[in-house]
Design a protein around this ligand. Sequence first.
Ligand code: CMC
Length: 451
Amino acid sequence: MAKDSITLIDNRTGKSYEAAIFYGTYPEYGAAVGAVDLRQLKASEDDFGLMSYDPAFMNTASCQSRITFVDGDKGILRYRGYTIEELAEKSTYLETAYLILYGELPTKAELDQWKHDITFHTILHENIKKFMDGFHHDAHPMGMLVSTVAALSTFYPDAKLIFDAESRKKQTCRLVGKMPTLAAFAYRHSLGMPYAYPDNDLSYTGNFLNMLFKMTEVKYQPDPILEKALDVLFILHADHEQNCSTNAMRSVGSSQADPYCSVAAAAAALYGPLHGGANEAVLKMLSEIGSKGKVPEFIKKVKAGEGRLMGFGHRVYKNYDPRAKIIKQVADQVFEITGRNALLDIALELERIALEDEYFIKRKLYPNVDFYSGIIYQAMGFPVEMFPVLFAIPRTSGWIAQWEEMLLDPEQKISRPRQVYLGPDKRSYLGMEQREASAGEPSPTKPRKAA
Ligand code: CMC
C-alpha cells in the first residue's frame, strides 16, 4: 500500500478503497485527495458512487495554481513566491501585474514593452461614452463598471479566440489598460463632469488620478506621494488566489466565454459587501458609529448578532491580514498630505477593543484588507461608492492570470458542481381542482429547516 494514500472503508459494504494523496509546494499546506476517487465507494453495483459535500467550498481545492500563496494561519501572502511586503516596498503595480500574469519579474526591456502596451490600450472607443451617458447620475460606479466592461466584449470580437495566445495577450493589455479609464469615466459621469482622456506620459496610477481629478489645467500633475500610495494599494489588491470573484472568473471563463464577459462576472462577484464591497461598508459603519465613545456599544451589538464588524474576519486568514498591516503604514504617509481622516480614531478603537474581546479572539477575527483601505481612499478624495471600483482595477491582472491558468490546465473542464437532491420524488401533474383541494397540506418542496 502506498504511503501517500488514505484507505477508506465503506461500512455499508465492508469494502476498502485506496485513494492517493498528492501535494502542492508545501506538503503541510495543500495535501489533497481527489474527490472523484470517492466515486469508487458504491452501496451497490448501479449506485452512482459517493460525492463530497462542501457548501461554500470550505475545504475544496478547485484547481492547482502557481500564482498566489496564502497561509492564513501565519498571515503570509506571496505572488509567484515574492512576499507582499517586499513587492509593496520595491515594486510597482505594473511590474507586479506582469509578474502575476507571466510568472517572472520583467527585465528592463520587457517592462518597457509592457508599459508601452498598457499605455497604448488606455483609450476607450468613443461609443463607450454613450453607454456611460445612459446611466442615471446616481448610478453606483460598480454597476457602471460591470456593465461597460461586459460591453467591451462587443467591440472586440477577436476576444472569442481564447485559445490563441496572441489574442489573449491583446485582450489582457486592453483590460488592464482600459479598466482605470472605465472607472474614471464612471466617476466623472456621476459628477456630471466631462470625461478626461488618458495622459500617456503619466504612470498607471498617475494617469488614473489624472482621469479622475483633472480640472481645467493643461497638464495634470499627480501628487507623487498619493500616486505611490495608490500604486502600493494596487499591488496589495492584485491577486488573492481562489476568492469569490476569482472563482467567478474561472467558473464563467470555463464555459469559454470571452475575457470581457468573464471579468464582468468577476467584478459583479467583487461588488458584494462580504467581498470587495466591504471597504464601502466599513466606511458607512464607521460613519454610523460616529465617535470613539460609541465603539463599545457597537461591539456589543455585533456580539449579540446584530450585524457584523465589517472589515474584520476572513475565510482564509485566521491571523492579521498582511495587507492590512501595510495599509496602516501607507495611511500615515497619505495623511501627511491630506490631513488625518477623523474616522481613523474610530477604526483604531474598534480594532483595539475587538482584538482584546473573547468573541473575536475565539473566532480568530482580525482586520482584513478592507478595514483601513477605505479610510485612505476617503482621505484621497474618493467617494465611498468608488471603493469597490478601486479594488476591481488592480484585481483585473489577477483575474486574467487565473483565467489563463485555468484555460491552459489540461485537468480543467467546464465548471459544473454536483448537488445532493432533496426535492420530491417523481409525481403526477395536479390539475387546478386537486391543487385547490390540497392547499395548506405540507409540501415536499419546502426546505427541511425553516428559514
Ligand atoms: N463580525 C462579527 N462576527 C463575524 C465576522 C464579523 N466581521 N466575521 C465572521 N464572524 C463570526 C460569524 O458570525 C461566525 O460566528 P459563529 O461561529 O458564532 O456563527 C464565525 O465568525 C465564522 O464566520 P463565517 O461567516 O462562518 O466565516 P466565513 O469564512 O464564511 O466568512 C467573511 C468570511 C469575510 C465573509 C466574514 O468574516 C465577514 O462577513 N466579514 C465581514 C465582511 C468583510 O470584511 N469582508 C471582506 C473580506 S476580505 C477582502 C475580500 O475578500 O474582498
